[in-house]
Design a protein around this ligand. Sequence first.
Ligand SMILES: *Cc1c(COP(=O)(O)O)cnc(C)c1O
Length: 388
Amino acid sequence: MNGRPTVAEVDLVAIRDNAHAVRGHLGPGVRLMAVVKANAYGHGAGPVARAALAGGAGALAVALAEEGATLRAEGVDAPILVMGPTLGGQAAIALRADLETTIYDVASAKLLAEAAAREGVRASVHLKVDTGMGRIGVAHDGPVLDLASEIVRQPSLRLVGLMTHLASADSADSGSAERQWSRFLDVVEALRRAGIEVPFVHGANSAAALRWPGMQGSQVRVGIALYGIVPGPAPARLRPALSLTSAVAQVKRVGPGFRVGYGETFATADEAVLVTVPVGYADGYRRAFSNRARALVGGTWAQAAGRVSMDQTVFALPKTASVAVGDPVVLLGAAGGEAVTAEDWAAWADTIPYEILCGIGPRVPRVYRIGEQWRAAASVDAEFLASL
Ligand SMILES: *Cc1c(COP(=O)(O)O)cnc(C)c1O
């Protein structure tokens, strides 16, 4: 260990294999777009993008033009779609990095067309239709055709995608998703009748792609499944890619009634072993985990004792536990047949694994593993990634 013992390790083989597994669920010719927004849900966008492409992804998606430009600067040459709005100066960023953007109104189509003409490029765009999510998107029963015609009319734009987004792809009941998909297909049909053919028709996220083959269109946008989280009731075998480990900083053998942490919300009932671990809410180890989280300390289950603070957390072990400074602590991930999962974290904090994963803070160093080889983030290079 060269520095801080609290480290997030990302298994790039798991990412690659998860991409491959998702591909196994796709119909023939359906392109896998790997969603690597928010620094690949906290995993690190550059290495994850390479691993997903090695696993059979044909394109990438981000939320912001800036995220896409960073990937381009790192030498990624796959198509990259910016799924969120591209506003103000973001248009120039997107065009210079050869990013595809999401368009949902005539005014921004015109602005982008002008910017593309100025830059001397032809910009590829996806038209976003709101079929029931209620966020960005032109209303499915609104001026979709006007917008599509405007895009097609602009010589500096190319309409490459028609997209929507499902609000309830992970709910038990498929009714909402089916209603949205049928509205979407009506839009596809209306465009076709107007003579507008679009190469990529897409609306499925991980859950929808894995659960409903009929909603795959010609592309699926898969994020959470790549990271090894099975979304909702989807029938998939995936492997979590990220683990968060640390090491014991101090051991205290205490008697009953020993209080721990801000507000003294925990007191030992009996003799106990308390260990302090250098991880806290500034690292994404959420304060909501206080007195709730479990971790594996030197292979033994330990219980969070008292409030999680910004940089440190205390765990309690039975008085018989044998544990020493430097012993490994698994906060998230598997060890010796046991595992702490992102779903566990989400339950403790009353949230979803998505928020947990992208909440692992930038202060936590990332380490990348490919089989037996591993590299710190700063040393990940083309040669290392070539072994994927
Ligand atoms: C984040 C996102 C996705 C990926 O969703 P997952 O559930 O992680 O697969 C797909 N489409 C859009 C528009 C998104 O914002």
